[in-house]
Design a binder for this molecule. Structure first.
Ligand SMILES: [Zn+2]
Length: 499
């Protein structure tokens, strides 16, 4: 008789994604699913002995910006090699449709010589993934900035009735096509021109669909708490779940404020609102230099913008295709070389290269741990797959949470860390049969050594694969085997489930 299993993985310590204590069992894969979890007498067509290793659901990166990267670099090595099997793209208001206007964001991220995408709307985006699958699964958020850009350009005013109707229509279509929600980026142009009411009205389109509202909030510095209040209010008045993006307090004078923002999240949850957050496990953030200028981060006398005030020595140039020799330098060094003030130097850099990416030293280690320890926090890399020296979170987020924060620093048990990056994320974003090891679920899996898993990239040398991950399976197919990406591309477009 033919074996009922394509692959049997034996003797692994199973972290099933629910947060339950690890248990030893075998799993049998058939096609794209887990056919059996428990004792398995039959041999599989392929046998894998995972003694001494942990087996977990593949990690879900709830905060990614890989909308176009999944086509430009379909093997997605920087994510898959850290155990990520599903990417949620379209965060911070920056969505891949409608086109042609979304191509503005595409070019800022990936350069002017990259080929313009061929889809017009989100349904087309998901179909393009069906036709050109990457190595991992992709779910998509519709980006408010992209909708607004398409409806009214970069206008700093409220939308007219027609413009609002256009945005609502595109969002409705996106949600019908299977998008998992709407994202905003309220420090970025054009998202920052939107008032609260505009977003409530838009988000109402999603009521009852299971799609959620994810926000890079208007302020993560002096007015963090106002921004948390606005975000919760939008969810409450629109009647949708809320995801607070990269929860943090920026700038030394605001450190410690996350205790208060967490208290607000707890209050909202106690009222029955579905409010959660995500986080990347570093004290430095990363964004485009243009946003730092637009938010007054370099203004004299202290900034009042959404990022807070940032000293030029805390700004590291990460990616600047027109002047790669500047990558890895700090803004104060460059300003001195140019014989300019920091703000003037930044303006000159952005004139040459509008998509210049920087790494910002903004946060406090205690705050990072406080946010991570809280049960409302999921994990999202916020990685930007651009050239140069990207923030090491692009390569190391998930192993860093498990190895550095859970195992070495004891911020939470390893079962809990895995839960936050798997089942909790799948449930919140309505990804059916993902994020959990149980019979019938999709076989998105990662095998790692809990004793050695760790990120190894640094700010100076970020493009390094993490240690301790041996195998990654996506929809039942091996993508990483014995620590090597083998080039398989079994990923799928995931459409939101209504249950
Ligand atoms: Zn963001």
């Amino acid at each position: 008789m033919a074996t009922p299993y394509d692959i049997v993985i034996r003797n692994a310590s199973i972290l099933d994604g629910t947060g339950a204590p690890a248990f030893e069992a075998s799993v049998g894969l058939r096609g794209d699913r887990l056919a059996r979890v428990g004792d398995i007498a039959e041999r599989g067509a392929t046998e894998l002995d995972a003694r001494g290793m942990s087996l977990a659901p593949g990690f879900i990166d709830v905060h990614s910006h890989d909308d176009w990267a999944v086509f430009l670099q379909p093997e997605m090595d920087f994510k898959v090699m850290q155990g990520v099997t599903t990417d949620i793209v379209g965060n911070c208001g920056m969505g891949a449709a409608p086109n042609p206007s979304a191509a503005v964001i595409f070019r800022a991220l990936h350069g002017h010589d990259a080929n313009v995408p061929e889809w017009s709307d989100y349904a087309g985006y998901l179909r393009a993934l069906d036709a050109n699958p990457p190595s991992l699964n992709v779910a998509v958020l519709a980006g408010h900035g992209s909708l607004r850009l398409a409806a009214m350009g970069n206008a700093n005013r409220a939308p007219s009735a027609e413009e609002m109707a256009a945005m609502r229509g595109w969002l409705r279509d996106a949600i019908e096509a299977g998008a998992v929600g709407l994202s905003t980026g309220l420090i970025y142009e054009p998202g920052r021109w939107a008032n609260t009411q505009e977003i409530i009205e838009l988000a109402r389109e999603m009521r009852g669909s299971g799609a959620l509202y994810a926000s890079h909030m208007r302020n993560e510095a002096n007015h963090l708490l106002d921004a948390i209040g606005e975000t919760i209010r939008i969810g409450e008045e629109a009647g949708v779940a809320v995801q607070i993006s990269h929860h943090k307090a920026s700038g030394e004078e605001n450190w410690g404020m996350v205790r208060e923002s967490i208290r607000m999240i707890e209050e909202a949850r106690a009222k029955g609102l579905d409010v959660t957050a995500d986080q990347y496990p570093y004290t430095s953030g990363s964004t485009i230099l243009a946003a730092v200028i637009q938010n007054g981060g370099l203004d004299e006398g202290g900034a009042r913008g959404g990022i807070g005030a940032i000293a030029p020595e805390r700004i590291l140039i990460a990616s600047l295709p027109s002047h790669p020799q500047w990558e890895g330098k700090r803004l104060n060094e460059l300003a001195a070389e140019m014989d300019l003030g920091a703000l003037e130097a930044a303006r000159k850099i952005v004139r040459d290269d509008p998509g210049t990416l920087v790494i910002l030293d903004l946060m406090n280690e205690d705050d990072v741990r406080t946010v991570m320890a809280h049960p409302s926090t999921m994990i999202g890399s916020d990685g930007l797959a651009m050239g140069g020296k990207p923030h090491p979170r692009l390569y190391g987020t998930f192993p860093r949470v498990i190895g550095h924060y859970a195992r070495d620093r004891g911020v939470m048990p390893i079962e809990e860390a895995v839960h936050r990056m798997t089942a909790m994320a799948a449930e919140k974003f309505h990804l059916r049969d993902r994020g959990v090891i149980r019979e019938g679920a999709f076989a998105d899996l990662v095998i790692f050594d809990a004793k050695t898993i760790i990120d190894v990239g640094t700010y100076a040398d970020p493009r390094r694969y993490p240690a301790g991950i041996s195998h990654v399976f996506v929809n039942g197919t091996a993508v990483v085997r014995d620590g090597k990406h083998i080039g398989a591309r079994p990923g799928r477009a995931i459409r939101r489930s209504n249950s």
